[in-house]
Design a protein. Structure first.
Length: 246
């Protein structure tokens, strides 16, 4: 007997129009014919051969689990927001300023690996540090100048005080002056001035009665007062009007 059912691999015994076993992914209906199997798994594109409840291939970004159902794929790449379709380890879109490289996420070429926020923070920190250094430099310079002025003023004050407290030297001044004898003329009514030293010595003039002809005066001058001492030289002359040396 020859089985006449299409796509049937084996008919029921002693029959030619009742299929018992159909071909791949086919099943028998109630009338003995072979019909396609229908995959009943949600989002499944292909079930396991000769099954209707065991998914082999799921839809986009889905994968079959151990029970034959379809579940979403999870992207496992760090800093990745979206993987390549139907993959879990190949990144297509990364977070922030990162770019996809060789299936992972990395910094842009020439970017130095630093985000914009980090660069701005570094710049602000450097500017603040420079301002602090400048302020400290100005503070120490002003303080140094002030100390120098105070030192100069203090030194000037000490110098003036030293000058005021220095002992003043005694200045001795000896002044010699000739004392002239002034006689008023009786005949012509005018004054005659004569120097006793220029007169001719007289024999009858004694040393005790001779008028004073010359005196030397020594004077010692100090800053606050002057002392004057008169030295009488009358008795230093003899009768011939010559100086007597002891």
């Amino acid at each position: 007997m020859v089985c006449s059912v299409e796509n049937c691999t084996k008919c029921v015994d002693d029959t030619e129009d009742q299929c018992e076993t159909c071909g791949t992914n086919l099943k028998t209906d109630g009338a003995g014919e072979c019909i396609p199997m229908v995959c009943s798994v949600t989002n499944c594109t292909k079930c396991v051969d000769d099954t209707e409840d065991q998914c082999e291939s799921c839809g986009t970004n889905l994968k079959p689990d151990e029970t034959g159902e379809c579940i979403p794929m999870v992207c496992s790449v760090t800093n990745c927001t979206k993987c390549v379709d139907d993959t879990e380890d190949q990144c297509a879109e990364c977070e922030g300023d990162l770019v996809a490289k060789n299936g992972g996420c990395g910094a842009k070429d020439g970017g130095g690996g630093l985000p914009l926020g980090a660069i701005i923070g570094i710049v602000i920190g450097v500017v603040v540090l420079l301002v602090i250094l400048i302020l400290l430099l100005l503070f120490f310079c002003c303080r140094k100048n002030k100390a120098a002025h105070e030192y100069v003023d203090h030194a000037d004050g000490n110098e003036m005080e030293t000058r005021n407290t220095e002992p003043k030297e005694k200045v001795d001044v000896t002044e010699e002056s000739e004392v002239t004898v002034m006689e008023r003329g009786q005949t012509e009514g005018r004054t005659e001035v004569r120097n006793p030293l220029d007169e001719t010595p007289q024999d009858d003039t004694t040393q005790t009665t001779a008028p004073r002809r010359k005196a030397r005066r020594a004077r010692s001058v100090r800053n606050t007062a002057a002392e004057i001492a008169d030295i009488d030289l009358d008795y230093m002359y003899d009768n011939n009007n010559e100086i007597v040396e002891d």
